[in-house]
Design a binder for this molecule. Structure first.
Ligand SMILES: *[C@@H]1O[C@H](CO)[C@@H](O)[C@H](O)[C@H]1NC(C)=O
Ligand SMILES: *[C@@H]1O[C@H](CO)[C@@H](O)[C@H](O)[C@H]1NC(C)=O
Ligand SMILES: *[C@@H]1O[C@H](CO)[C@@H](O)[C@H](O)[C@H]1NC(C)=O
Ligand SMILES: *[C@@H]1O[C@H](CO)[C@@H](O)[C@H](O)[C@H]1NC(C)=O
Ligand SMILES: *[C@@H]1O[C@H](CO)[C@@H](O)[C@H](O)[C@H]1NC(C)=O
Ligand SMILES: *[C@@H]1O[C@H](CO)[C@@H](O)[C@H](O)[C@H]1NC(C)=O
Ligand SMILES: *[C@@H]1O[C@H](CO)[C@@H](O)[C@H](O)[C@H]1NC(C)=O
Length: 414
């Protein structure tokens, strides 16, 4: 080593103390408030009513031990009550049908099989999205059977079922995984005047697309099937908490890239625009609702040619819209939740915290953004195939940016 190099090192050591070296601050934005600790089942979704009642779901399709209930009301900081009742959460003989070969999911119309998402509409009905699929104990996701995939609305005032809409196998395929739902009750969106539901199909078997349901007639149809915008990006690789995220499709099968398609879905422009994002990607897309509502002969071609690419926003699962034209999206790799700002088409970090990783679903109520941290990538379906999740899973909340409220289209906002 040359003498002048040694001199430079000595001077570096004496003039720069550790505190002066720039580093990632790790936290940013409002502090996280813990709302609920999940010690029992593995949660995905959350919805909070206008009177701050909180509901979560626990899909049997993601954790074979989610056998006690699929939907619960969070009745205390760590207590949960099956919702709307214990009976509908207890399919006789369980969520799997072992009398078929290969094993299939149960076909019950009047029981929950595997609930992935919950959402509340402006009439205070809880919409429960049942994938109709359950995981076998060895990690095989059993196909859905007619009767399983459905939307169930529960009136929160009476805790009774308002309606059940079955999604037939021509719309929710046996290998579909209907993932998330947003409700638009504006009377002008369909001829029936009863509103519409938009649902993502995130299937890890590639049957991705968006499903539209007329809540008056119960008719349902698909759009954007096979569009790259609803599918995972080829060889998509992400890391969460410094850990590699590869996917294990089933017992005895080799690892692959995260194949999860269109997952998060949200509104912009008061419901006139729909945004979505595949979880096996970093991309955000949108389309005007009229292209999805149209189910005429040319509607699929027209829809595919009217998709907008809104850019990258990090890797995320659920999305949530607010009245500021902000779309909240997780950013798993930066321990963050980001905002896509539709006013200037930019993405910015809203909150960062080392406790943030896989942000599953989000919900806005009374000026707070609620979000579920569930360590999904540490479950046995991901590399290295062992269960590395550590309970409790956590429901957090932070104030929304700039006082944003939930967009709940009904010609009013609430
Ligand atoms: C279910 O729980 C049992 C007992 O705690 C555990 O051995 C098993 O690995 C769990 N299965 C899954 C799929 O998480
Ligand atoms: C829940 O936690 C909050 C904050 O720690 C506390 O004020 C409240 O008393 C707790 N509620 C119950 C039912 O334990
Ligand atoms: C199980 O599968 C058999 C054969 O298809 C069918 O008859 C039965 O109704 C199914 N039961 C449930 C609960 O899915
Ligand atoms: C379902 O909810 C709507 C809106 O609140 C209400 O008008 C209707 O009567 C309800 N139907 C049933 C069967 O409860
Ligand atoms: C429904 O009415 C709203 C105004 O309340 C308008 O912005 C929207 O474009 C209309 N949607 C359709 C599909 O006509
Ligand atoms: C996984 O379990 C199911 C249901 O018991 C069984 O049908 C299937 O053969 C098993 N698969 C493997 C690879 O062990
Ligand atoms: C976009 O607008 C937001 C406020 O609405 C602002 O905070 C942000 O800096 C803007 N981004 C850019 C790149 O101009």
């Amino acid at each position: 080593m040359k003498l002048n190099t040694i001199a430079a090192l000595v001077s570096a050591a004496s003039y720069v103390s550790a505190q002066q070296i720039a580093q990632d601050p790790g936290v940013q934005g409002p502090p996280l408030e813990i709302v609920h600790l999940y010690y029992n089942e593995f949660p995905t979704g959350v919805a909070v009513s206008s009177s701050n009642r909180i509901f979560s779901c626990y899909p049997a399709g993601l954790d074979a031990n989610n056998t006690q209930y699929q939907v619960a009301e969070l009745t205390g900081n760590s207590t949960e009550t099956p919702y709307p009742n214990a009976r509908i959460n207890s399919p006789p003989g369980g969520s799997l049908n072992y009398s078929t070969y290969p094993v299939s999911s149960a076909n019950y119309q009047n029981y929950f099989i595997g609930v992935q998402s919950v959402a509340i509409d402006p009439l205070e009905r809880l919409w429960i999205l049942d994938t109709g699929r359950a995981l076998t104990p060895n990690g095989t996701l059993a196909p859905a059977v007619n009767g399983g995939p459905k939307l169930v609305a529960v009136d929160l005032a009476t805790n009774t079922i308002n309606r059940t809409i079955l999604l037939p196998p021509t719309v929710a395929y046996p290998l579909s995984y209907i993932n998330d739902v947003r409700i638009d009750l504006r009377p002008n969106v369909t001829a029936s005047g009863q509103g519409v539901a938009y649902i993502t199909d995130s299937s890890q078997m590639g049957t991705n697309g968006l499903i539209i349901v007329d809540l008056g007639t119960n008719e349902a149809w698909r759009h954007l099937d096979n569009s790259p915008t609803v599918r995972a990006t080829r060889q998509h690789f992400k890391e969460v908490w410094g850990e590699s995220v590869y996917f294990l499709p089933g017992p005895g099968l080799p690892y692959t890239y995260d194949p999860t398609g269109a997952d998060g879905i949200a509104f912009l422009d008061g419901g006139d625009t729909i945004v979505w994002s595949p979880t096996g990607s970093r991309y955000l897309y949108s389309i005007a609702n009229k292209y999805l509502l149209d189910n005429s002969l040319n509607s699929e071609i027209t829809a595919q040619t009217n998709i907008r690419y809104l850019g990258e926003k990090g890797t995320s699962d659920g999305l949530m819209q607010d009245t500021n034209q902000y779309v909240y999206a997780g950013n798993f790799e930066q321990n963050a939740i980001n905002i896509y700002n539709n006013r200037n088409n930019t993405v910015s970090t809203y909150v960062r915290d080392p406790r943030i990783g896989w942000t599953d679903s989000m919900w806005i109520s009374n000026g707070y953004l609620y979000f579920v941290e569930n360590q999904l990538w540490r479950s046995p379906s991901y590399f290295p195939g062992t269960d590395r999740r550590i309970k409790p899973y956590v429901l957090y909340r932070v104030p929304t940016a700039d006082g944003g409220q939930r967009v709940a289209p009904m010609n009013i906002t609430s």
